[in-house]
Design a protein around this ligand. Structure first.
Ligand SMILES: CC(C)(COP(=O)(O)OP(=O)(O)OC[C@H]1O[C@@H](n2cnc3c(N)ncnc32)[C@H](O)[C@@H]1OP(=O)(O)O)[C@@H](O)C(=O)NCCC(=O)NCCS
Length: 119
């Protein structure tokens, strides 16, 4: 995972996955035939009908080959199979075409508070 995060210019934190995994409904990975991890997406949830897509990433050299959208599709299918009704995601504006067009999300109203900025 550390290697995968570094491959797209991210800053990995050691122990991150061990901390996150207990809160995950499930996750999808993509691998090459020799086992190299080239993609990852995690699905967190509320324990009922809301699932949250987070940490979508594709290894730098493997981007734009349909891996990210295929992983998201698989995550959505499996969240549905697990009984969830809604799959949420948020993202920066430049990723709108990935999530809206390639992955099939629809726009919605949403809100966000940056908690460290609270007085
Ligand atoms: C976003 C990301 C996961 C996409 O993975 P991918 O495997 O390249 O996705 P796909 O090949 O399925 O992309 C399908 C289409 O989505 C759109 N798309 C993909 N990546 C995009 C990006 N970074 N910006 C804008 N549109 C993008 C394109 O239309 C693309 O079609 P094209 O390849 O014909 O141009 C990958 O760019 C990534 O890991 N980025 C760094 C981490 C990140 O920002 N994650 C998102 C957190 S919210």
């Amino acid at each position: 995972m550390v290697d995968l995060v570094q491959s797209h210019g991210g800053r990995p934190a050691l122990g991150w996955w061990d901390q996150i995994r207990p809160h995950s409904l499930g996750w999808v990975t993509a691998r090459t035939s020799d086992g190299l991890v080239v993609g990852f997406v995690n699905v967190a949830w509320d324990g009922a009908d809301h699932a949250f897509l987070i940490d979508t990433k594709t290894r730098g050299a493997h981007q734009h080959h349909g891996i990210g959208s295929a992983m998201v599709r698989r995550a959505a299918e499996q969240a549905k199979a697990a009984g969830c009704e809604w799959l949420h995601v948020d993202f920066s504006p430049e990723l709108a075409s990935f999530y809206f067009e390639a992955c099939g999300f629809g726009p919605t109203d949403a809100g966000l508070i940056h908690l460290p900025s609270l007085g």
